[in-house]
Design a protein around this ligand. Sequence first.
Ligand SMILES: *Cc1c(COP(=O)(O)O)cnc(C)c1O
Length: 416
Amino acid sequence: MMNRTLAQADPQIARIMAGELERQKDTLMLIPSENYASRAVMAAMGSVFTNKYAEGYPYRRYYNGCEYYDQLEQLAIDRACELFHADHTNVQLHTGSQANMAAYYAMLEPGDRILAMSVAQGGHLTHGDPINFSGQFYEGHFYGLDPETDRLNYDMILQDAKEVRPKLIIAGGSAYPRIIDFQKFREIADEVGAYLMADIAHICGLVAAEAHPDPVPYCEVVTSTTHKTLRGPRGAMILCRADWADRIDRAVFPGIQAGPLMQIIAAKALCFKEAQEFGFREYQRQIIRNSQALGQALLEEGFTLVTGGSDNHLLLVDLRNKDVTGREAADLLEAAGMVVNKNLIPGDPLPSTEASGIRPGTPGLTSRGMKENEMKMVGQWMARAIHEGREAADVLDEIRQQVVELCAAFPIYEDL
Ligand SMILES: *Cc1c(COP(=O)(O)O)cnc(C)c1O
């Protein structure tokens, strides 16, 4: 049993996996929180580092036999601190949601007030939403976007902060297409005596490449996933100031987790190295150029973009002038080989299961090597699928075929 390949051990899963690989090869990944991890990152995830318990931290473990695990985790920590110029990093977090849970556990008492961006305006569930633990254990309050510009308005956030008097202010979200000014957030936090946390799950790769302003100098704590723009394994981390290191580490283990996923930590260490190698900065800058080119193509096809464009890796498309909901548009696009997700737009009249917008992003296509010219084509295909696809299924088939050809010209995982 120990030496069979996956195909020998479980042909059923192998078949499903082969189908998924084909799907990834032949469709355009336009979901901004997704990316293609490198072969090396996937190899680290599927390694012998899955076999052992290593509760505790490097050189302070509760299990024997951790010699190589200590070296590995210390390497991951050192690389993360170097990449993000952070005093300390905890690399054990299994997911972004758990990173936020651990950060709150370290910083707050039950019932304390959080001030964050609402989900309806682009925030994340774990930022105090009533249907999430964060809104039940803590008191969630929300700042919105400026209704005139759909952008963060720091004067309005300061007003909200003065009213709410939060213990913690969170900067960052999942559907905001513009630059976030962390220094302004710091000034607001200082004015009301709050801690400041940035959640850079989405923009982590941009931050690592200095293609987006850096939150680390301004925050007590910064949480992030590692699998979105950073292009590492599914997982998360917390960067923090030296004076928070012990509290954060204790909140993670033994606070909310037990054994770390060391195979994922191996892959994190590797992705931190990849992020310092030649080409990564250029990759992140190309993500932004591609996002802007895709936005331009959509504008030329008569689409409305929330805030009129993008400074980062994602666009928020307001479909209200198109007589189609976000869900319908996303389904039409999927039938044409372009996978995007529906998303609420600021002030959305529809529920989140339907939504009036879609949220395309360019990290995945940029990983395939696509540039502005391809974005222009993709924007035109998206428009055609949404404009004509409901009446003409053959149009969707025709675009689907063009998508397959484009994917073949920009392959992923060539020998898989
Ligand atoms: C994706 C995301 C998370 C959660 O990450 P998971 O790994 O899915 O739990 C947290 N915060 C923000 C802003 C995100 O975009």
